[in-house]
Design a protein around this ligand. Sequence first.
Ligand code: PEP
Ligand code: MG
Length: 561
Amino acid sequence: MSTTLRGIAAAPGIAVAPAWRYEAQPADRGRDELGLDDAIAAATAQLNGLVDRLTAAGRPAEAGILEAQIMMANDPELVAEARRRMSAGEPTSTAVSRAGAAAAAQLAALDDELLSARAADVRDVVARVARSARGEVGPQLARRSIVVAEDLPPSVTAELDSALLAGVVLGGGSRTAHAAILSRALGIPAVVGVEGVPAAVPDGVALAIDGDRGEVLLEPDASELVALERRRHASEARSIADRELSGQPLCTRDGHRITLAANIGHPEEAAAALAAGAEAIGLFRTEFLFMGRPSAPGEVVQAAAYASVLELMGERPVVIRLLDVGGDKAIGYLDLPAEANPFLGMRAMRLARRNPELVLAQLRAILRAGERTGRQPWIMAPMIGDLQDVALFRELASRAAEQSPRAPHPRLGVMIEIPSAALLAESIAREVDFFSIGTNDLTQYALAVDRTNPELGPWQDPLHPGVTRLIQLAATAAAAAGIPVAACGEMAGDPAGAAVLIGLGVDELSMGAASFAAVKRALGAVDHERLRQLARDCLAAPSARRARDAADSVLRDGRAA
Ligand code: PEP
Ligand code: MG
């Protein structure tokens, strides 16, 4: 039996190979061969080469990480600090390392997950400049290996020969660390946040890692290797089939096109969504920016997060949803009152009446991101109940636009997730540019079932005719007003739910990218008219159970055909 270490499953897949311990090289060794300008130029050239490689491989998001490092290497403040140290007698490599360490420490101390994670990027790029000053080349693998480290800088992950890089095991990191994102993008299995790593893994020891389960096996025995091999075959077959589908559009068997969009809860998820074939970001939840911190994030921090997604998605629409807190998402600094029924309480747009500056700052940050990237943002208000809520949203949006006159004109849309909004959809549709149906809350409120209570599972089905009739009202109103209507609740990523939504006239499905392949397979096997008939059957069904049976039977017939 091997020793098994557990960590976070950061990039899927299974790898078996000897361990190769990566250690960032100490900065103060040896004599320098290059001056500061030449060392920066050499590091910039190396990074440009990697950017070209990643861009050519269709990896623009990962290339962007390294482009940002080029800017860091040439940052005037960093260069000035390094020069100051050099004029005090420090050699180039020492001066640049120490200047970078100070800048990284400042970033790491920030109470902002996104920015403090960039400290690792600064350390990495500075190490590269220091290496260049010493005339050294980067780390190289001599044979196929699993790289084991405390942290693996993104540029090193990109630079290691991908034919020899079998897997990655890190002591530090999270699923959103750059090493994890790059590993996923490059298709390299990775397990991160493993306690005792790298100390517990000697260089050269036989290793097996399971990036789906987050397991690392030291010196696996024969029976473990056989079991792993079986899992590897199954996982590879699944991902090959999914990858083949990623380049194909979402459409019914007879060619009715549906826009396939992704839900993201963090900017770092956008790259994977794009790689999986997302044609838009249909729901960018922004709560991550506001939670787990002592005060609201500033506009600059917010704008950077929004701009990174707008930039990455290019011409593709990005729907940024205004802060939706309250309910099960509490935020200490907002000083919200304790409520008996927080889901029915002071949440989402209602907060804008209490605290308009919070929403105005977010709107300005989104517009600023639009201005910086030259992209038109789509802004979506959650928890709209009636025309008065719409009027407040529009008024705040126009106040923010007056304060940001150079920003591109945004599209303004609303979530249809309170039953009253579905009932009033006809008049609301005349006031906005798009709808997105939040089936999670719509189901909760229409059926009076708490979405967080697992015991209520059997009552939580959005295929209930009481919910599908509300969806139909929204879809019909949107079509009459000539505006697009999406669905972004979990129903959209459930093949049976997706089938009914398309039958009801929804134009776009937005879901976690992991659901893309299953929904494409299911809808691609059925004709559009069959889905319209299914929707009619569901609207007339006596219960959610019967509606779901009808949907399952249509999908079964599709698979069998
Ligand atoms: C919804 O309610 O369906 C939705 C997509 O929003 P959230 O799950 O964030 O409430
Ligand atoms: Mg909701």
